[in-house]
Unconditional design. Sequence first.
Length: 320
Amino acid sequence: MENKLISQLTTIAELYYMQGLTQQEISKRVHIHRSEISRLLKEARKLGLVQITVNSNVQSLNSLQDFLIKKFNLKDALVVPENTESLDLQMLGEFAAQYLSKKITNNSVIGVSWGRSLAHTIQSMPDQSQRRGITVVPLIGGPAGGLKNDYQSNKLVYILAERLNAKGESLNCPALVSSKALKSELTSNPNIQVVLNYWEDLDYALVGIDSNAITNLTQWKEFYKNSDFTNLLKKTNAVGDILSRPYTQDGKIIKSSKLNVIGLDLNSLKKVPNVVGIACGKNKVRSILGALNTGVLNVLITTDITALGIKSLCTSESQM
């Protein structure tokens, strides 16, 4: 074959596959009819000048996403590649932020929980100043203990509202209180009622997922020390919690008359059209599986290593 033709095929292939030009754009640039461009691209593939391969990593991610969606009847799942040497919550947050920025629409009411993964996500949200009519509210009160301020619900609401050109509301009360009477008194406050009323109209709920080891972490020990939450985890088969509402691996929501939470309960959370769980880590595999089994989530954003752990547990359970 003449070198001139090979050079032409290579040029057209580079413009199409490497520079991303359309066949119409290539036609104008090289002065060849569009239909001829299509034929020449096929010729380039036939001669081996172009070799199309499927990235096995991407294929694996898609397979895990399909598994999660079908197994747990989700609307969607996003599985992020994880660096095997370290758990990069920043990368998870960036992927999650890009996903959410494409999904959230004007005039939405968005509820936000708390936690590290959610904090990385919201801090990575691109500016969406063109958005209109969005309201962002906390889904749970604030911690009375030493939880890092960047992870708290009110702070995350403030940041997300700025990124989305939205109105933000704060919930100025503790998440856990000592009695039902105190909970009733606080939630009857008109300022707190404003947020609670928004819970009836949520379009999105963005939630973190905690493991049953959360009370062993220094900042959370202080938060939970005066509540029945720690004892409840020890006395039951709880594997994790969402909004300080614990559950078992098979998805049973654990209730206690001694646990007084000022936050959206999980049965109410199930009614929200889009509940997005964002979490990852080997220590959270059982926690995330339990969360999926509750039926609360309809979107999960996690890493491939975490998703593989969930799939492995499901396989083990089915063989028992």
